[in-house]
Design a protein around this ligand. Structure first.
Ligand SMILES: NC(=O)C1=CN([C@@H]2O[C@H](COP(=O)(O)OP(=O)(O)OC[C@H]3O[C@@H](n4cnc5c(N)ncnc54)[C@H](OP(=O)(O)O)[C@@H]3O)[C@@H](O)[C@H]2O)C=CC1
Ligand SMILES: CC(C)(CO)C(=O)C(=O)O
Length: 313
């Protein structure tokens, strides 16, 4: 339970990678009081400055404010924590932000998938955790530049039940020129829709190891469509039937000729980094009511083989 400390309008961004740096930089550029929670090895690079290379929302932060987990307890309170780590780092991040949450902060996770809500609820309490999802394509280059490509960024959030901070206040805090904020009355459905799309995009491109455009050029549109159909069927079986317009839009995106879309899972795969395979695909296929495997399972097997080789090399 939060105590009565005044938490003002400070924002903690937990994870200064692609998503965290993008949203944190937009908010800071708009005058918000933003601090990045970083691991010690990343601190110096972030503190030297953040550059967002983007046609839609370029931003430059000269001296981003950073904090490490060990310093969090002595920080002044925060109003909002944007959680922007990968799923496999979430347990550690959830533990680290506990002192901030105890002092009244609301937590808004931006990860793809769904299981992040269970993890954060367990650490922070459900009334401290909003639902959220984001749409944008962004990566952190080797030199630290945050590269945003494709359409304008969108962040959607919403209450899943009673929340400790009014949604109006969260919306006001997040509203800034660099991205669109949408407050949803059905955030669970929004998160499922994003999950269906990203599972199809990451599953199909992860299976073949090529961008959407490369997959389509090689005659693999059917494969992306099949992944989408499988993901949508699982969502429907879980009580989240997908709207036809949403499915049509997802289908266009995952079968677009010439598309340079490289989902973050494929970016990680290509760079030899750990992937979110279990979070995005494993957790999804585990929710399938019948045990008939499909292409999403094939993608998962391919990624598991990769992860095993990666962790033993
Ligand atoms: N990239 C994209 O276009 C999109 C990504 N997403 C989702 O957003 C989430 C984040 O993805 P993305 O931004 O690409 O990932 P990145 O790998 O670029 O960034 C994750 C960041 O989290 C940091 N981190 C991990 N553990 C800790 C910790 N204990 N304390 C502080 N920081 C920590 C990492 O630190 P370090 O730098 O030290 O490794 C890293 O900077 C994923 O779930 C992804 O699926 C959603 C929409 C689009
Ligand atoms: C496909 C995309 C860019 C859409 O937001 C995404 O979520 C990801 O790459 O993880």
């Amino acid at each position: 339970m939060p105590d009565s400390e005044e938490n003002g309008d400070r924002i903690l961004v937990a994870g200064a990678g692609a998503i965290g740096s993008f949203f944190g930089a937009q908010l800071a550029a708009a005058g918000r009081d933003v601090t990045f929670l970083v691991r010690p090895a990343r601190r110096a690079a972030v503190a030297r400055g953040l550059t967002v290379d983007s046609a839609q929302a370029p931003a430059q932060l000269a001296h981003p404010r950073t904090v490490t987990a060990a310093e969090l307890a002595s920080e002044r309170p925060f109003a909002l924590v944007l959680v922007a780590c990968k799923a496999f780092d979430l347990d550690a991040v959830a533990r680290e932000i506990e002192p901030v949450v105890r002092r009244g902060a609301l937590v808004l996770p931006l990860l793809n998938g769904l299981r992040q809500l269970d993890v954060l609820d367990a650490h922070c309490g459900a009334d401290a955790v909003a639902g959220g999802t984001c749409f944008l394509s962004v990566r952190r280059d080797d030199d630290g530049t945050i590269v945003h490509r494709g359409g304008a960024a969108r962040l959607t959030f919403g209450a899943r039940g009673p929340l400790r901070v009014p949604a109006d206040a969260v919306e006001a805090l997040l509203t800034c020129p660099g991205f669109t904020v949408h407050r949803s009355a059905d955030i669970a459905a929004e998160m499922w829709a994003k999950w269906v799309f990203i599972a199809a995009a990451a599953g199909a491109t992860g299976l073949v190891g090529g961008s959407v455009g490369e997959l389509v050029a090689a005659g693999g549109s059917w494969l992306a469509e099949e992944c989408l159909a499988e993901a949508a069927a699982i969502a429907a079986a879980q009580g989240f039937p997908q709207r036809e317009e949403a499915l049509a839009s997802a289908r266009r995106t995952v079968t677009e000729p010439g598309s340079e879309l490289v989902p973050s899972l494929l970016q990680d795969l290509r760079a030899g980094r750990r992937t979110e395979a279990e979070h995005l695909l494993g957790d999804l296929v585990a929710r399938r009511p019948d045990p008939s495997p499909g292409l999403l399972d094939a993608a998962l097997v391919r990624l598991r083989v990769y992860e095993t080789a990666r962790s033993t090399s």
